[in-house]
Design a protein around this ligand. Structure first.
Ligand SMILES: [Zn+2]
Length: 189
């Protein structure tokens, strides 16, 4: 126990250095979500516009209809902003790197309440993640002070539409994936 004060001081300094809010450091982190966890979900919901397949975890506060509308609306905003055409979400779309992105109705979205442990490039805790091999996104409802709800959704869509997993080309997407009120640059996966 003699190291406790030092540990606490270190945590406090770390929080000052890396976060706008100390609260951020203590926001809950749920257990690992990997491909198997995603594939074991029952995607029995469908968004009304694009027809994305959705599973909503029981811990999510927002109502089902609100979640489904939000996923649709922000996907439409993202595609309009990034490519100037929201109809892309209904079609096979060829990226500049010759990757063919299927319509959004093929995408599975697992909506969870909190940040979670993850196996992402350079990160162990994620607010969202895109699994390109199974075309599935996990997105958390909250967990980031000042960022608003589901703030990582457009970021993960960015990954589906060509943003590299290591974020090396993120500058091509920044104008269309950031949520207005969110100031953190390093919280997304
Ligand atoms: Zn990312």
């Amino acid at each position: 126990m003699r190291y406790l004060p030092i540990t606490l001081a270190a945590i406090f300094m770390f929080s000052l250095a890396s976060c706008d809010s100390v609260e951020e450091l203590f926001a809950p982190v749920d257990p690992l979500i990997d491909r198997e966890v995603v594939e074991s979900q029952d995607f029995n919901l469908t968004t009304p516009f694009y027809g994305m397949q959705v599973a909503i975890d029981s811990g999510v506060d927002a109502g089902t209809e609100r979640v489904l509308d939000l996923l649709d609306n922000r996907a439409e905003q993202f595609l309009n902003c990034q490519f100037g055409d929201s109809q892309i979400g209904f079609e096979d779309f060829l990226l500049d790197n010759d990757v063919l992105v299927p319509p959004l109705e093929d995408l599975r979205v697992y909506v969870v309440p909190n940040r979670f442990e993850c196996e992402a490039v350079g990160r162990e805790v994620c607010g969202g993640i895109y699994f390109s091999d199974i075309d599935a996104i996990v997105v958390s409802e909250g967990g980031f002070e000042g960022c608003g709800e589901f703030s990582v959704w457009k970021h993960e869509l960015g990954h589906r539409y060509g943003m590299e997993a290591d974020h090396s080309n993120q500058s091509d997407f920044n104008a269309c994936i950031n949520t207005d009120r969110c100031g953190f640059g390093d919280i997304f996966d």
